[in-house]
Ligand binder design. Structure first.
Ligand SMILES: *Cc1c(COP(=O)(O)O)cnc(C)c1O
Ligand code: SF4
Length: 336
């Protein structure tokens, strides 16, 4: 008797099979048809995109599921809200070379690709003109020249989009080029893939990261403990075995993680799988996402509650990006 052999699904296959039609989402998660019209209108502005491993962590039939809320296009996105703009971080002004943002001392951020495996409805890059920042060989050479010429730059940050959407071969080549620049010491990778598509953390990727002379930090992005299943834990374990430091950044989002119980559980779960909390960002005023906003006073209250119940190293830094500043702005919590 033969039983069919189940080949493990590669991350590329999973990436090519993301759910992008509201009808498919509704069917898969048994959601009410009433949300369909709004979902279509909102996804015409910013495509819905959900990888299956993420979908499988969502409770069927629950419109309030915290993972669903991060990806479901809602009618609210079409509201015009004063102060919520296309480019809240004014990043388009810190682009000395195509594909490179040099806003902070010592660190440059490189936009490897505009693509993501998931489209988060609150994303502050939802209006970023990625097409103008396509990273071809000529742009890459300009970036290498720019970094080589500035000895104050010690860290390169791969960002996007999601830089791990790039192939292992490409990442390997980019790292090989960067390694030639003697004043670089650190490589940071900002990626949501270890969470949303943990299959991306392949043996070949971890071996590239283990072999580079650069000190590698990966900053993952998880907002809710329900995102962190066994496959995510395995991916993080493999990164750590390759001597990669793993940190997490989260965004404080109304209806997703705006409670100290959830935030504390997130920190505990992260630490259990080998990740330290790094930043908790207050929401950027990006057009189309005002319904996720949590006011500062409430954010600070939540942080106080976290400080009361967690060891200091499990309390993320509450921060925001203010255009024109040379660092993230930390929001301090009043101590009485
Ligand atoms: C957030 C960010 C960084 C990294 O800031 P850290 O505080 O070092 O995490 C670097 N460059 C840009 C443009 C950024 O937005
Ligand atoms: S993964 Fe990151 S860059 Fe991509 S849509 Fe989500 S928040 Fe934005």
């Amino acid at each position: 008797m033969h039983s069919p052999i189940q080949l493990p699904e590669t991350w590329q296959t999973l990436l090519s099979q993301t759910i992008e039609s509201p009808e498919a989402l509704i069917r898969y998660l048994q959601l009410p048809e009433t949300i369909l019209q709004d979902a279509h209108r909102a996804s015409a502005e910013f495509t819905m995109r959900i990888p299956r491993p993420w979908l499988d962590r969502i409770e069927k039939g629950n419109l309030d599921d915290p993972l669903l809320r991060q990806v479901l296009p809602l009618g609210e996105e079409l509201n015009e809200v004063a102060g919520f703009t296309q480019d809240p971080l004014e990043e388009l002004h810190s682009n000395p070379v195509d594909g490179l943002i040099h806003k902070y001392k010592g660190r440059v951020l490189i936009i490897l690709t505009g693509a993501c495996a998931i489209n988060c409805r609150y994303c502050f890059r939802r209006h970023f003109p990625y097409a103008e920042n396509r990273l071809g060989p000529a742009q890459w050479q300009n970036i290498i020249d720019y970094i080589s010429a500035d000895k104050s730059i010690t860290e390169v940050i791969f960002s996007g989009g999601d830089p791990l959407v790039s192939s292992d071969a490409r990442i390997k080549q980019l790292i090989a080029d960067l390694e030639q620049i003697p004043h670089l010491t650190r490589l940071r990778i900002h990626s949501r893939l270890p969470v949303v598509l943990p299959q991306r953390v392949t043996a070949s990727l971890t071996s590239i990261l283990q072999q580079t002379r650069l000190n590698v930090v990966t900053v993952i992005h998880s907002n809710h403990p329900q995102e962190l299943d066994d496959q995510v834990a395995t991916a993080i374990h493999h990164l750590r075995q390759a001597n990669v430091t793993v940190l997490n950044q989260a965004v404080l989002l109304r209806g997703v993680n705006d409670s100290s119980d959830i935030l504390a559980a997130l920190s505990e779960k992260l630490f259990n799988i080998g990740v330290l909390p790094y930043y908790l960002f207050t929401f950027d005023p990006v057009k189309g996402a005002a319904h996720f906003d949590v006011p500062d006073t409430e954010a600070k209250q939540l942080m106080r509650q976290l400080q009361d119940r967690l060891p200091g190293y499990l309390v993320p830094r509450l921060a925001r990006e203010i255009p024109g500043r040379g660092a993230k702005t930390l929001l301090f919590i009043d101590q009485d």
